[in-house]
Design a protein around this ligand. Structure first.
Ligand code: XMP
Length: 507
């Protein structure tokens, strides 16, 4: 399979470059900018892309790749900061300018390879504080804007290109065409990254593993697809274990059991452990500690199950590519380090080996696979839900009362979005509660009750998110239902901050 490698210089759009390239069926991976040339060669890339990033090439600690990376005779495309790196490396000059943020008109000066097929000019998305002042010798200007003379440059004999704008962002017209020109025309990468091919290869590889597999399933799409692919490969050597930790959505435990029993022919066991989790979480307020406690308790339960129920060699998890990258493994190329490492902060006493067949995939790719292998539509469209569940939604200590409020209020939010036919258009939606209280009037009495926070966000991959502008009438209905139907709730607030600077979950 042909591969494009993106060197990550810290842009919020780095993942987006990979996703866009995979959308036209070329496999693409994100690696840290400081990968050595030798390691990079092991990827055997057809092309290299330098992402944007917040730095200036003149910063004393600017992230700069090894010089050899520029001279590997592999086509390079530099985007934004990556463009400035190219200018700087090949002997041109970069200058500081007033920060330019937003859409600019890019005029095409040479419509051959990189900028072919996009007309004479396009609106291009800019976000930079430096720009190319002098173009290195051997490079020609292939596009300019009113303020940036060298907004797109090319050294065709070396197949090195630099663009000041972000083609991966939807606001850039024909951005995907530009990426495709680079990847397919210039690099000659084959468009053979399809989910059908992924399923076939993965099932073939999984069928070679020896020993029994215990797969922790949550009812979410990632672990369900993981389980079904493993089941295709090894049949009854797979056992799926669902742990009801009491931190799930209202009645979700019953829904998960029914879904597995009615739809899939896999070995399935459900373990009730709500009290165990709540006991461990008693008095704990720190979000990261809550995550560790929930993660470790899951592993303890899986390990106990494995010890009691025959010989298991593997523990399978539905880890996805962004989890791998974000958990610090990005310091090295994820696909080369095939050893099973601690993506989710797994305890060091874990004896089972980790199997993560989806660790190279993005969520939209998992959804495609789910569609191909017959996962029910309802599950494919279900909003993502964090592994530690309401433990990371509820602010402060997780108590039975706060859990009850958050679960019922979240159900109301989901029901109302469904009713308004908005559920499928939204990335995530929930309600939660913390320890803040506010005075209200319940019946004829003043009451010092709980504040419920409603959070509804739009996103494409959870890396960034925007709060959803729900109609006021719908917000009012949600608020009325929550205060009327849940005792002790006196106020409802709506979270109107986006990610960044906020995150999707409050904890
Ligand atoms: P944040 O809150 O970081 O969340 O904007 C991004 C996405 O990840 C989910 N999330 C988690 N998922 N374990 C998970 O499995 C976690 O600890 C965790 N924390 C956040 C969150 O729901 C959103 O989809």
């Amino acid at each position: 399979m042909d591969k494009i490698v993106v060197l990550d210089f810290g842009s919020q759009y780095s993942h987006l470059i990979c996703r866009r390239i995979r959308e036209f069926a070329v496999y693409c991976e994100l690696v840290s900018f400081d990968i050595s040339a030798d390691e990079l060669k092991k990827h055997n890339p057809k092309g290299i892309i330098f992402s944007g990033g917040p730095s200036s090439v003149y910063d004393s600690n600017a992230p700069i790749p090894e010089t050899e990376v520029f001279n590997m005779n592999i086509p390079i495309l530099g985007i934004c900061y990556g463009h400035q790196l190219i200018v700087n490396n090949f002997g041109g000059k970069v200058k500081r300018v007033n920060k330019e943020y937003g859409s600019s008109l890019l005029s095409i000066d040479n419509d051959q390879d990189l900028l072919s097929g996009i007309g004479e000019s396009i609106r291009a998305w800019m976000s930079h504080g430096d720009e190319a002042e002098e173009v290195p010798s051997g490079f020609e200007i292939i596009g300019h804007t009113q303020s940036a003379n060298a907004a797109a440059i090319a050294a065709k004999d070396k197949a090195v290109y630099g663009i000041q704008f972000h083609p991966e962002v939807m606001h850039t017209e024909h951005g995907i065409k530009i990426l495709k020109n680079f990847v397919v025309k210039i690099c000659g990468a084959k468009q053979d990254w399809t989910m059908e091919a992924f399923i076939e290869n993965t099932v073939e590889n999984l069928s070679k593993i020896e020993g029994n597999v215990l797969c922790g399933v949550s009812g979410g799409i990632d672990s369900t697809v993981t389980a079904l692919l493993i089941h295709k490969a090894i049949g009854n050597r797979l056992k799926c274990v669902f742990v009801d930790n009491g931190l799930l959505r209202l009645n979700e435990e019953t829904e998960v059991e029914e879904m597995f029993k009615n739809n899939f022919k896999v070995n399935f066991t459900s373990i009730y452990a709500a009290e165990r989790f709540l006991e461990k979480l008693k008095g704990v307020t720190d979000p990261e500690q809550k995550r560790r406690i929930v993660g470790e308790e899951f592993i303890r339960i899986f390990t106990e199950f494995a010890e009691k129920n025959g010989s298991f060699r593997w523990l399978a998890q539905g880890t996805l590519y962004p989890d791998v990258i974000e958990s610090g493994v990005s310091k090295g190329p994820a696909s080369i380090i095939k050893s099973h490492h601690n993506v989710g902060g797994l305890p060091n006493w874990l004896k089972l080996e980790i199997l993560e067949p989806l660790r190279d995939l993005y969520k939209d790719e998992v959804r495609k696979i789910a569609g191909i292998i017959g996962v029910p539509e309802k599950l494919i469209k279900r909003h993502p839900f964090p592994g530690p569940g309401f433990a990371v939604r509820i602010v402060g200590e997780v108590t039975p009362k706060k859990l009850e409020i958050a679960k019922v209020a979240s159900k109301i939010v989901e029901n109302e979005l469904d009713e308004a036919e908005l559920y499928d258009k939204i990335w995530q939606a929930y309600a939660t509660v913390g320890d803040d209280k506010a005075v209200g009037i319940v019946g004829d009495e003043r009451k010092y009750g709980n504040i419920v926070m409603v959070r509804v966000v739009d996103s494409v991959d959870a890396m960034t998110a925007d709060w959803t502008r729900l109609p006021y009438g719908l917000l009012e209905k949600i608020s009325n239902r929550i205060t009327n139907e849940i005792e002790d709730v006196t106020w409802v607030s709506y979270a109107i901050s986006s990610k960044p600077p906020s995150t999707i979950e409050p904890q």
